[in-house]
Design a protein around this ligand. Structure first.
Ligand code: ARG
Length: 262
């Protein structure tokens, strides 16, 4: 009897060891769930920049060229894309704090930013132009801004560039829409902002008393910003971008938002 007890205890022990090993197996499988988590690509964007990123009233999804592009990139990489709306001047800090993996936001590639983040290959050629009221006579070029009030979006290349023009009073506002509102309300004499966004704004507001001037203050390239430590992700993003350019998907997205292929 005693022997039987011992044997059954041993058997129970052996079973327990099996169960434990099984458990270990389960745990070894657990990182798969973790991988799933890592598969979400956390994207930050300042959703205030039509036709690159915007949200129409009553629409749930963010729309625009950048939104379509990053979703296509995510698809190419086999990662689910989750987009967070952040203030433009909060994007680089969010990358540095790792609350997002990438930022796509019509962001110009420049050396100052390169000190803090990595960039993908350029994906769009842009530049800065100026919008004034339709009846504006005194401002025909950037040099005419001396002694004038100019609205720009905070944290942008427009803000940096306009500050370089001597004698300009710069008003830094949260969004381009705020800048255009300020222009119409005559709180400023001009808005400096990215050309495609100005053109889109003018097209949409054709009858509303503003015009865009021809002169370009700068030529700029947009890139997707990535955390400075994450070279691997930069490579993956560039590979996906390259693929989309080769397979025609990039051109499709471009044509959807800008009409002709560039
Ligand atoms: N291209 C400019 C810059 O990088 C403006 C970008 C603003 N983007 C936005 N989503 N509001 O500074």
């Amino acid at each position: 009897m005693n022997m039987k007890k011992v044997l059954s205890l041993l058997a129970a022990g052996a079973f327990a060891m099996f169960a434990f090993a099984g458990c270990g197996g389960d745990q070894a499988a657990a990182p798969a769930g973790g991988d799933k988590q890592a598969k979400v690509l956390k994207v930050g964007s300042s959703i205030d920049f039509p036709p690159f990123e915007f949200q129409d009233e009553g629409q749930k999804d963010y729309q625009g060229f950048d939104m379509d592009l990053i979703r296509a990139i995510g698809k190419e990489m086999g990662r689910e894309v989750e987009i967070q709306n952040l203030g433009f001047d909060g994007l680089i800090p969010a990358l540095q704090g790792k609350s997002i993996d990438v930022a796509i936001s019509g962001m110009t590639i420049n050396d100052e930013r390169k000190a803090n983040v990595r960039f993908s290959e350029p994906y769009y050629q842009s530049g800065l132009t100026m919008v004034v009221r339709q009846d504006e006579e005194a401002i025909k070029k950037f040099a005419d801004l001396k002694g004038k009030k100019v609205a720009v979006q905070i944290g942008t290349t427009s803000a940096a560039e306009v500050k370089k023009i001597e004698g300009v009073e710069v008003k830094e506002l949260n969004t381009p829409a705020d800048c255009f509102m300020e222009l119409k309300a005559k709180g400023v004499d001009a808005v400096v902002n990215d050309r495609p966004v100005n053109d889109y704004f003018i097209t949409k507001n054709a009858a509303q008393g503003v015009k865009t001037l021809e002169e370009k203050l700068t030529a700029e390239d947009y890139g997707i910003a990535i955390n400075k430590d994450n070279e691997e992700l930069q490579k993956e993003i560039n590979a996906a971008l390259k693929k989309l350019k080769e397979n025609g998907e990039y051109d499709k997205i471009f044509a959807k938002w800008f009409g002709e292929k560039k």
